[in-house]
Design a protein around this ligand. Structure first.
Ligand code: ZN
Length: 478
């Protein structure tokens, strides 16, 4: 769960609107959500407890957790050939598990991905043991409960239940439980798609980690449907000079020159570029807004946005980042001694580029804005292009059906994440990927990666229900 959903000022208005009439019509969900079709919440809870108890921080690796899940799938009747434990030869501790439930072949497979690794948690920082699932006052505490062993447990329990009941989907359902999402390693989804594509090849993918479901004051507000993410790309700006004694200052001091260069960037904005997802995002949000904000959002979601609407939405950080690529200075360094003229000054320019935009063009626009022929601009971190996945009507309709069948007032919100998830590797490899999840998180108290990470007992039970219904919907040929 690497991204922070842009919601807080918006949610206050949503609450006002939702406290009135119901907004959405309840759609019926044909067959897929019939009584008895849900995996038992108790199994999901048991799996969650088992996964939490296995420390999967990067230092410990994911292989024991992958093996524990594999053992469950084999015990549930999955053929050994359909339960593949796999790790890069040079990183046997960063294990992955790929499980396949065979369908009747009417359509190409659907792939679920879920990472098993978690970020570090120190016992002394927590009120509970982070590596033991603890229930207290309606909450389930433990590292990874919301990011994302809870979702892994829901997917695993659903697959086991499908096997037990003899459910045959229209397409194979593949679930990859993976390593290295929370670290800079590449032994998880990146490794699987590069080295073992046939094992995970699919028509499209669902990544619960890229989804977000927002809740405030116990009220469920939206289920996000993430189709895209901005590309992480970092440039280094360098100015050099011959230096000298600080008692003899010169105007070519690189720190002054770099400071002047950066000052020109402070007011620079990339041009507005509205992707299909961003238009759909503003259209959905507008349904919950009122007044000027609603009109502005409707305007930018349409064919010819009003420039003044764009200007107003650009003033708010959370809407501005949806409208355009951004770059901002994150580090600066220079000089080598108190009594010497600097020979070098450097700044790090961290960019988040809209899907579909050229990284070279971004660099050229930065160079043109600064217009300093002596400034060197080099690539510090290359971008990994990740195209937007299409808002395929069949897939969007399925997510809306499942969501409304459980929560009639909750909207589905198409989204582009400013941060990155493992979906980028799949999208980059040509597999459309959707971040969808219903583990509702309190917008005022997000604890992913933090202290006393937790999920509500009821929220987890609903997540299991939602996952079961969505996996069935997504496995249909039509
Ligand atoms: Zn995550």
């Amino acid at each position: 769960m690497p991204f922070d959903f842009p919601a807080r000022p918006f949610i206050r208005r949503v609450i006002q609107v939702l406290s009135g009439a119901s907004l959405c019509v309840v759609a019926s969900l044909p067959g897929a959500f019939a009584a008895g079709a849900e995996p038992p919440a108790s199994l999901a809870r048991e799996i969650l407890a088992q996964l939490i108890a296995i420390n999967t921080t990067h230092a410990h690796g994911t292989t024991p957790a992958a093996s524990a899940l594999a053992e469950r799938f084999r015990a549930a009747g999955f053929a050994p050939a359909d339960v593949v434990e796999i790790a890069p030869p040079d990183h046997p501790e960063q294990g992955n598990l790929v499980v396949r439930l065979h369908g009747n072949g009417k359509a190409k497979p659907v792939l679920y991905i879920g990472h098993l690794d978690v970020v570090e948690a120190l016992r002394e920082d927590w009120n509970y043991d982070p590596f033991k699932l603890t229930e207290k006052d309606g909450w389930l505490y433990g590292r990874g409960t919301i990011d994302m062993k809870g979702q892994d447990a829901a997917v695993a329990a659903t697959l086991i239940e499908m096997k037990r009941t003899g459910f045959v989907p229209d397409r194979d359902i593949i679930a990859a439980f993976t390593a290295d999402e929370e670290s800079t390693g590449s032994n998880g989804v990146d490794f699987l798609i590069r080295e073992h594509r046939p094992l995970v090849d699919a028509e499209f993918a669902i990544n619960p980690d890229g989804g977000e479901a927002g809740m405030k004051n116990g009220r469920r507000l939206y289920v996000g449907m993430q189709t895209s993410e901005k590309v992480f790309y970092t440039l280094k700006l360098t100015v050099t000079d011959k230096g000298g004694h600080s008692s003899r200052p010169t105007t070519s001091n690189p720190i002054y020159r770099l400071a002047a260069d950066l000052a020109r960037l402070a007011d620079f904005h990339f041009p507005v570029h509205l992707t299909d997802t961003v238009r759909a995002y503003f259209a959905a949000r507008a349904r919950l807004e009122t007044g000027q904000v609603r009109n502005d959002m409707l305007s930018v979601s349409g064919a010819s946005p009003d420039p003044s609407a764009v200007e107003r939405l650009s003033r708010e950080v959370e809407t501005n980042i949806m409208l355009r690529s951004t770059c901002t200075v994150t580090k600066i360094s220079g000089g080598h001694a108190e009594n010497a003229l600097p020979q070098r000054a450097e700044a790090m320019l961290q960019c988040r580029i809209l899907p579909g935009e050229s990284l070279d063009s971004v660099r050229e626009q930065i160079a043109a804005c600064i217009a300093d022929p002596e400034l060197q601009i080099s690539v510090q971190t290359p971008g990994k292009p990740s195209p937007e996945s299409p808002l395929t009507p069949r897939i969007v309709a399925a997510v809306e059906r499942v969501t409304r069948s459980i929560w009639p007032d909750v909207i589905v919100l198409p989204s582009m994440s400013p941060g990155a998830t493992d979906s980028l590797y799949l999208r980059g490899a040509g597999i459309p990927s959707y971040g969808i999840d219903a583990m509702f998180d309190d917008l005022d108290d997000g604890r992913a990666h933090g202290r006393d990470e937790r999920i509500g007992v009821g929220v987890f039970a609903d997540e299991v229900k939602f996952t079961g219904a969505l996996m069935r919907e997504m496995s249909r040929a039509k």
